[in-house]
Design a protein around this ligand. Structure first.
Ligand code: ASP
Length: 589
């Protein structure tokens, strides 16, 4: 943290240096440092060691008459930098060779005892920490994460700027967007009974920017979705949102890869050079997931053909696949039963397990139902060796992939800090993810996504099953099993858009009511365009080695969507409600 650059800007009317920056070179200088009392250790009758902390670290100050200085008091200490006495250096501390002596202390603020120890929050309830987030933010971990996040934002802005993108801010009070989650809404005082939606993304505005000739738009956009919270999801999150005209999918992938590479380099010092691509189908077949964690193997192995003539009823299914868990053969019967129950909860009819013994011999309750050839085939296909465990699921193909994909993660996923950052583009997503109860296709991305050129004819065969095979020009960026973001080439032709709306069962009236302004804009000359958005919270969490995005957000909400600090969400008073034309109904349980 030291260095002359930092020193230059660090100097203010109150301080000459940052606490963590003082070194042996500074010996002899008179300095003023400001910060919080990290600790006080008595040293003889009058003297005390005060460790003074700011965001760069701590420095030891030897203070006369320090008995009224308590933890977290805010001080300004002026004194002379001197070497620590022989034998008292602290090699664990960057400032450990020096101390500040002959100190004059000014108390800038007194402080109540902190509600929890600043750097020992391991056992502190998260609710309590968030209630006093301003204290929690003083910890080394939060200081590091916030600064890391700022570096990521800065690198992204530079990378987008260097590629000719223009930062455009889009409105927060808008009409509903088509991302498919629940909107947060804001009542309008001037139009009682009408509501704004907070943006789930700037999707429609960025497309309007393309019609408006912006050519390359980006924004670090705040997006809001009223969905249940989990480790990688908050109500509000930040995205790098981008859109460009006269480009192909490959162009967009290159722009975004560049921004992600720059952000990664800004944090790790190393620039990821390859961002491989994999089709959605391959990802599903090999990893059972559209966001494969490619840090480890245990891939799904195709076994269907090998059981095409099997006598074993459970394997007479449209799809049979397995995974090999290296060294998993030592699992107890109880653990295997638990895994089977888990697989059933995930939708499997059952789970076949096999322990691999010496010479590839398989032990399993179902081994007796399988032929020698089938057993040998399993060993050959999975590459299983002595001590391994083979797990097999037989069912409809999507279900087999889903269950084995989850088992693979459950049994093999490394901790967040291991295996480096494995970025991967997943391409050729299906246009529709399923058919709903009425037989209408559900868009996998949003309804403005362009179908794959080669698959356009499949839209018109009249067979709903054909629709499920239509590929789209949609693509996701994945890292270590997390979906970082997604994007697509958009439909810019009104006739293709009308066709998709018709397939989705969106009537002209509904389309006009929801996105009439976009369709109208397209009538005035829409360039072909494509875009992407990725979640900055997730990228930062990965770069910071944090499992939970709350650790990289300054003021996050709890799992139940509360802010323990400000108490949001809160009731508003009756007069305010009336002004908005609202009445709150009693809660129904
Ligand atoms: N608007 C999309 C999203 O937020 C991303 C995109 O298609 O650009 O997921």
């Amino acid at each position: 943290m030291s260095g002359s650059n930092e020193q230059t800007w660090a100097t203010t009317a109150m301080r000459t240096d940052l606490c963590g920056a003082l070194r042996r070179d500074d010996v002899g200088r008179t300095v003023s440092v400001c910060g919080w009392v990290q600790s006080r250790r008595e040293h003889g009758e009058h003297l005390a060691f005060i460790d003074l902390r700011d965001h760069t670290g701590v420095v030891q100050c030897v203070v006369d008459g320090a008995h009224d200085l308590r933890s977290e008091y805010v001080l300004r200490i002026t004194g002379t930098v001197r070497p620590r006495p022989e034998g008292t250096d602290n090699p664990n501390l960057p400032t450990g060779e020096v101390e500040v002596g002959d100190c004059t202390v000014e108390v800038l603020s007194r402080a109540e005892p902190p509600p929890f120890p600043i750097d020992g929050r391991g056992d502190v309830d998260e609710q309590h920490r968030l209630r006093h987030r301003y204290v929690d933010l003083r910890s080394e971990r939060m200081q590091r994460n916030l600064r890391l996040r700022a570096r990521v934002n800065h690198a992204i802005r530079n990378a987008m700027d260097a590629q000719g993108f223009v930062e455009v801010e889009t409105p927060m009070l808008i009409a509903s967007t088509p991302e498919g989650a629940r909107d947060f809404v804001v009542p309008s005082r001037l139009s009682p009974g009408a509501f704004y939606a907070l943006p789930q993304s700037p999707q429609l505005f960025k497309q309007l920017c393309m019609v408006g000739g912006v050519d390359r738009y980006y924004q670090i956009a705040r997006c809001l979705r009223d969905e249940d919270l989990r480790a990688d999801r908050q109500f509000e999150f930040a995205q790098l949102d981008a859109e460009a005209s006269f480009v192909s999918q490959a162009d967009v992938q290159a722009f975004i890869s560049e921004a992600v590479a720059a952000a990664t380099e800004a944090v790790t010092g190393e620039r990821p050079t390859v961002f491989p691509s994999m089709t959605w189908l391959e990802a599903m077949e090999r990893f059972g997931s559209d966001k494969p964690d490619t840090r480890f193997g245990m891939e799904l192995v195709e076994l269907t053909e090998r059981f095409s003539a099997t006598e074993f009823n459970a394997f007479k299914a449209p799809c049979v696949k397995g995974i090999c868990v290296p060294g998993g053969g030592d699992k107890t019967r109880k653990q295997l039963d638990d895994l089977t129950e888990q697989a059933k909860r995930w939708g499997a009819k059952g789970l076949v397990w096999m322990r691999v013994g010496a010479g590839g011999e398989l032990t399993s309750p179902v081994a007796k139902f399988l032929s020698e050839g089938e057993l040998a085939g399993i060993v050959e296909a999975t590459g299983a060796a002595e001590g391994d465990l083979v797990l097999i699921v037989a069912d409809e193909r999507p279900r087999v992939r889903h269950v084995l994909g989850l088992l693979r993660l459950e049994l093999g996923r490394p901790p967040v800090t291991e295996g480096g950052l494995q970025f991967l583009w997943v391409v050729d997503f299906p246009l529709f993810e399923a058919l709903d109860e009425a037989g209408l296709p559900i868009p996998a991305h949003h309804p403005f996504t362009m179908p794959h050129d080669e698959d356009v004819a499949l839209l018109d065969t009249g067979d709903p099953q054909d629709l499920l095979t239509v590929r789209s020009q949609a693509y996701d960026l994945v890292c270590n099993g997390w979906e970082l973001g997604s994007g697509s080439v958009r439909i810019h032709r009104p006739d293709v858009q009308a066709r998709i709306f018709a397939l989705l069962g969106i009537s002209d009236e509904e389309a006009n009511a929801k996105f009439g302004f976009l369709l109208e804009a397209f009538r005035y000359g829409a360039p072909p365009h494509a875009g992407f958005a990725f979640g900055i919270d997730r990228l930062v969490a990965l770069l910071a080695g944090e499992e939970n995005i709350r650790e990289v957000i300054a003021f996050p909400k709890t799992q139940s969507g509360q802010d323990p600090l400000t108490k949001a969400p809160t009731a508003i008073d009756a007069r305010h409600l009336t002004e908005l034309g609202l009445r709150v109904l009693p809660k129904v349980d």
